[in-house]
Write a new protein. Structure first.
Length: 150
């Protein structure tokens, strides 16, 4: 079920609080906190995101319609709080690459089929993305990959 956009004003602070607390285990298997600096404002922002792991990569997804990911272009350093542990990560933004995005979205929807709604992707009876919806979503989706610096 897709949370209506206006409710994020209430939901995000509550999730930030939970993920920053000793009770983070209730949600930290699939949600993390990302702290980044605004490219124009210079302000620090912290927001919860759904994530998936792929080896040493932590991957999150959003839409081109959002703006937060633009702050991460060019290999920015961010702080992630994953399972209660804060650490620095380097970002890589993948936008405008539907072939790479397609593979990542398929893996993401296999883990989190409920998030297909956020990308306006329907699922068939086997919870597989509908082909036409997936192709359109690959054009609109942005993949944010994060790795620990070496």
């Amino acid at each position: 079920m897709k949370i209506p956009e206006p409710l994020f004003v209430i939901v995000n602070p509550a999730v930030r609080l939970l993920l920053s607390s000793p009770l983070h285990g209730l949600a930290s298997k699939s949600l993390l906190l990302i702290t980044y600096t605004g490219r124009r404002s210079g302000r620090r922002y912290t927001t919860p995101l759904r994530y998936m792991r792929d080896g040493d990569v932590i991957r999150c997804f959003t839409s081109r319609d959002t703006n937060w990911w633009k702050n991460l272009q060019g290999g920015q350093t961010v702080t992630l709080t994953v399972a209660g542990v804060k650490d620095a990560y380097l970002t890589e933004v993948i936008a405008g690459d539907p072939i790479t995005t397609r593979a990542h979205l398929i893996a993401y929807f296999a883990l989190f089929p409920q998030d297909a709604d956020y990308h306006e992707v329907g699922l068939d009876a086997n919870k597989k993305p509908l082909s036409q919806d997936l192709e359109r979503a690959c054009e609109e989706a942005v993949v944010v990959e994060m790795r620990r610096p070496k």
